[in-house]
Design a protein around this ligand. Structure first.
Ligand SMILES: [Zn+2]
Length: 143
C-alpha cells in the first residue's frame, strides 16, 4: 500500500505507476485538466490568429481542403494573393462570388491550372460543391 501525494488516499501499489507519488486516478484527472486548459488556450490563440490573419486563414483552409481531396496544392501564400489580385475581395461561395476552379477540374491547384469562376456556375459541378463549403468557412469532415 502507498499513500498518494496528491489525494492522500492510501491505495494498493497497483494504483501507482513505478516510483510515482501520484495515483493513477490523480494522473488521469491532472492530464484531463491540463488537456482542457491547454485546449482552451490553443483555441483562444487560434481564434486571435484567425481574426488577425483572415487571408492567411483563407489560404490555409483552401490548401488544407485541397490536401483532403488529394489534390496537389502548388500555391504559396504570396502567389495565391497575387493570383487573386484585386478579385480577392470577391472571393466567396454565394452567387456572383468568385471561386478558384481548375481547368477540366483536374490537375493541381497552381497558377497555370486555375481560373476564377463564378460560384453559382461552379456549383453546378457536384465535385466543386464541396469546394464551396470551404468558402463558407465550414470545415468539411469526410463523409
Ligand atoms: Zn491520488
Amino acid at each position: 500500500m502507498k499513500e498518494c501525494g496528491y489525494c492522500y488516499k492510501t491505495l494498493p501499489d497497483s494504483d501507482f505507476r513505478k516510483q510515482s507519488r501520484k495515483c493513477r486516478e490523480c494522473i488521469k484527472v491532472d492530464n484531463r485538466r491540463y488537456y482542457e486548459q491547454n485546449q482552451q488556450s490553443v483555441k483562444a490563440k487560434q481564434q486571435a490568429w484567425r481574426e488577425h490573419n483572415p487571408l492567411r486563414l483563407a489560404y490555409a483552409q483552401q490548401a488544407d481542403n485541397a490536401a483532403k481531396r488529394g489534390i496537389d496544392w502548388q500555391f504559396t501564400f504570396d502567389s495565391w494573393i497575387k493570383w487573386w489580385g484585386a478579385d480577392l475581395e470577391k472571393r466567396g461561395c454565394t452567387t456572383g462570388d468568385l471561386v478558384m476552379a481548375r481547368y477540366g477540374d483536374t490537375g493541381p491547384y497552381a497558377h497555370f491550372n486555375c481560373f476564377k469562376s463564378e460560384a453559382s456556375a461552379n456549383a453546378r459541378d457536384g465535385s466543386i460543391k464541396k469546394f464551396g463549403k470551404l468558402f463558407a468557412g465550414g470545415e468539411s469532415q469526410n463523409g
